[in-house]
Design a protein around this ligand. Sequence first.
Ligand code: ZN
Length: 259
Amino acid sequence: MRVARFAGEDDPQFGVVGDEDGVPTIAVLKGDPLYAGFELTGQKVPLDDVRLLAPVIPRSKVVGVGRNYAAHAAELGNDVPERPLVFLKPNTTVVGPGDPVVHPDQSEDVQFEGELAVVIGRICKDVSAEDAPKVIFGYTVGNDVTARDLQHSDGQWARAKGFDTFCPLGPWIETNLDPADLRVSTELNGEQRQDGRTSDMVFSVADVIEYVSSFMTLLPGDVILTGTPEGVGRMVAGDRVSVTVEGIGTLTNQVVPHD
Ligand code: ZN
């Protein structure tokens, strides 16, 4: 099932993406399914008529995993870590499909990182890898936008990973997906730049959930970015970046200059 969040008349609404006589359609839900379950209102709207929003705004955190693909760690001159290397992005980084990514004037090297994103479905702590599927609501596509120069110069990653608009998510959450071996690819201005598979992750989704939940409580709506394959690169204002994860869809955003 694909769960989308979209701009309603007043507040954002949620719905299930489907098909009505060959037309992509959203069946509108009563409230946020993370908390309210899947109760339909009976209303349906054509997918093309709505503006999709980030499918989730994490209540507490976006957890990132660094260097989780060996070839990407190597391209930046890093070793693969012994345990997941985690960092946080504030929830104010999150934007939706089609939203602009603002290029900060503090950086001269803003880069895309196409990633599989995991949406947590329930409050949890000390989850074993075996039990990890029980706490997952679904999966979406993420772009872990990173100011690479600031990541190196700061040491700490809060600024490099934490600018407003540095975490595009979308286009929706797929709730029924096996994350073990999915293609993750990124195009910049229509040219393929990243092409990896989640089977090449150093630490699997389940391993990452076990590790992260061993030291912090995860809440419904928290998002885990699972790391990026090789091929990361620079984006400048005007560039259009599209990340595709097999079985979910494509997330496209354009970089705009800071004003
Ligand atoms: Zn990343």
